[in-house]
Design a protein around this ligand. Sequence first.
Ligand SMILES: Nc1ncnc2c1ncn2[C@@H]1O[C@H](COP(=O)(O)OP(=O)(O)OP(=O)(O)O)[C@@H](O)[C@H]1O
Ligand SMILES: [Mg+2]
Length: 235
Amino acid sequence: MIAAEGIHAGIGSVGILHDVSLSVPSGKLVTVIGANGAGKTTLLRVISNVLSPTRGRILFDGVPNESIPAHLLARRGLIHVPQGRQIIPTLSVRDNLLIGAARVPDLSKDDMEAGLEREFARFPVLRERQYILGGNLSGGEQQMLAVSRALMMRPKVLMLDEPSLGLAPQVVASIFKALRRLADEGLAVLLVEQLALLALNVADQAYVLQRGRVALSGPAAEIRRDPAVVESYLG
Ligand SMILES: Nc1ncnc2c1ncn2[C@@H]1O[C@H](COP(=O)(O)OP(=O)(O)OP(=O)(O)O)[C@@H](O)[C@H]1O
Ligand SMILES: [Mg+2]
């Protein structure tokens, strides 16, 4: 569903990504792990067409995305949950979700209600908190809201930038479990993470990004056993 082919990218004359290739098929959970500054967020920005690569290309559903503006990519189902969960603090949980749905063309009122129900079933705490302002939720609840809001947009590809940041392990586990289920239901999920062990445990495929290069890639279960990965990321 997403294929990055030989991506080079940088800001000004500073190279950040070097010859990065990766693919995220439908029905798979793919993780990109790497340390601070490895280029993970930059890679997501290139895939979302917020930053143009200096070389290489991104295919979304077989179509080069360079000609499609970022907001139209979202409308076509490429959804990016940015680092730092950008929910709207002054709107209720419910309205945050409905705003997600409002970006989907031709969605009826019944579709929106069904979407709310689906997300409340996924994260029951959001049902309990539906009339509370987003800004008053805990960090974990805000991250669940960010994921649910993205899902209200009916993605084909869901990209998440370090959703575990600052959250308790049980909350991370429940969010990752939801991501696993979404992949099993057919979504293409790209999970960028520093919490390597948890990400590798839930993913199908993994890429290790080191100083802007893919140092290692393969089935997540194999990457998890790789001595260099164990030493640098899981030790
Ligand atoms: N706008 C920018 N101008 C200059 N350098 C940048 C810019 N954005 C990112 N960089 C540099 O590019 C490198 C990769 O940054 P990026 O944010 O992609 O890393 P990351 O893997 O997401 O890190 P983290 O885990 O800390 O979020 C870093 O060295 C960063 O300082
Ligand atoms: Mg980042």
